[in-house]
Design a protein around this ligand. Structure first.
Ligand SMILES: C[S@@+](CC[C@H](N)C(=O)[O-])C[C@H]1O[C@@H](n2cnc3c(N)ncnc32)[C@H](O)[C@@H]1O
Length: 380
């Protein structure tokens, strides 16, 4: 890191995280990967959402300045560009882009950046931007009501530094909106932050929507992270999202970043999984499934390493008995960071190692998968 970049940072000791203090800061590999994920996701989401409806919204509660050092685009510009790159999409559609940012200098920079981009792209009527300086936790929901966005489909990105920093009420309101989704960033310090029960209890109760998360104090340090993520996923389910996905991005220096996604549509979950696995390997980021007991890193460069999925399949069949390929594909989609398409590779490996048996013939969705006879549970 250069002196210039270092001077942009200051340690926010109360949160044990390093947060930028200047208007712009250097884009780290996580952010590059996060933006690539967003790009791939929105390329799928916009066409899905605009088939059969004319109005939808892209919303950010912690928008940032719209630009990083070296003029690299921020997430609002990424989202805007994906929409503007598709003239067919824009025909007859209206995308509200709603951006909230609290920092005065960053807000001014964001306004400049959005304005410049729209001028460059001919100010299409289909894109309706609204930028406000304000606090996400108190100002976002009233703003969405005021703009008439409540009632239309929305993708809401809540990307704070030390997240999750949003009250459960806000997440519940988004979940109640038709075809709406959230993508929430968890700061690296969340196990420490929420692990200190007394210091953060009141805020965390609001974030999680109940005091259940406080049981984290009885978990060993190695389990706190997974416990809190699972608690948060449950809180998103209780908020009204049918499906959640949590995954960890790890950069080349081993620094983690956690993203949690909530949707009520299986197509949204599938699109997010597809986007995850399309992220450019050059960002240097790898994934980890918070639910994987082995905490194995999954490389994007070499194609998916399916060991965690193989273990999850064995656990499932050991506890619930034989199942079909169709059910395993759905299990992978809903319960792991893997795509349904990864199941074939995992099953091939498991059969090769003699850990599973498959009914004879060409595999079909109804093909039955079971443990080898020697490993099947017996009564005696
Ligand atoms: C991680 S940055 C956002 C980066 C942006 N999403 C991107 O990827 O380009 C978080 C931003 O949230 C802003 N912020 C912090 N607290 C906020 C609050 N309570 N409400 C709204 N914005 C806030 C910060 O000033 C910062 O610009």
């Amino acid at each position: 890191m250069t002196d210039r970049q270092t001077s942009e940072f200051q340690c926010a000791t109360h949160l044990h995280v390093v947060v930028p203090t200047g208007v712009r800061w250097a884009r780290d590999p996580h952010t590059a990967a996060k933006h690539d994920l967003l790009r791939h996701y929105l390329r799928a989401w916009y066409p899905i959402i605009f088939s059969g409806r004319e109005r939808a919204a892209y919303v950010e509660g912690f928008a940032g300045p719209g630009v990083y050092l070296d003029d690299l685009p921020g997430s609002p510009i990424v989202a805007l560009d994906v929409f503007l790159d598709s003239p067919t999409l824009m025909r007859g559609a209206r995308l509200d882009v709603v951006l909230l940012e609290t920092h005065t200098g960053r807000f001014a920079e964001l306004r400049r950046r959005i304005d410049t981009r729209l001028t460059e792209r001919g100010r299409p009527a289909a894109l309706v931007p609204t930028l406000r300086r304000g606090k996400c936790e108190q100002d976002l929901l009233p703003l969405l009501h005021q703009l008439g966005v409540v009632g239309s489909a929305a993708f809401v990105f809540l990307d704070s530094f030390g997240g999750p920093d949003v009250p459960h009420d806000l997440v519940r309101a988004i979940a109640a909106n038709p075809s709406s989704e959230v993508l929430i960033t968890f700061g690296t310090s969340f196990p420490t932050r929420f692990g200190q029960i007394d210091k953060h209890a009141a805020t965390a109760d609001k974030v999680f929507g109940s005091p259940e998360w406080r049981a984290v104090q009885h978990e060993p340090p190695s389990r706190k992270k997974t416990f809190l993520l699972e608690q948060y996923r449950t809180s998103l389910n209780l908020a009204g999202f049918a499906y959640t996905l949590a995954f960890e991005m790890v950069d080349e220096k081993g620094h983690p970043l956690f993203l949690v996604f909530g949707t009520s549509h299986e197509s949204g979950l599938k699109a997010m999984k597809d986007a995850m696995w399309k992220v450019d390997p050059l960002t240097g980021v790898r994934y980890r499934d918070p639910r994987d007991a082995g905490q194995q890193l999954l490389d994007l460069k070499l194609g998916p390493e399916t060991h965690p999925l193989q273990n999850a399949i064995i656990d499932l069949i050991s506890t619930s008995g034989p199942t079909t390929i169709a059910k395993l594909r759905r299990f992978a989609l809903i319960n792991t960071v893997f795509r349904p398409e990864h199941v074939g590779t995992a099953l091939r490996e498991l059969r090769k190692d003699g850990r599973l048996r498959q009914s004879p013939g060409r595999p079909t969705p109804d093909t039955v998968i079971e443990l080898p006879t020697s490993q099947q549970p017996t009564l005696f």
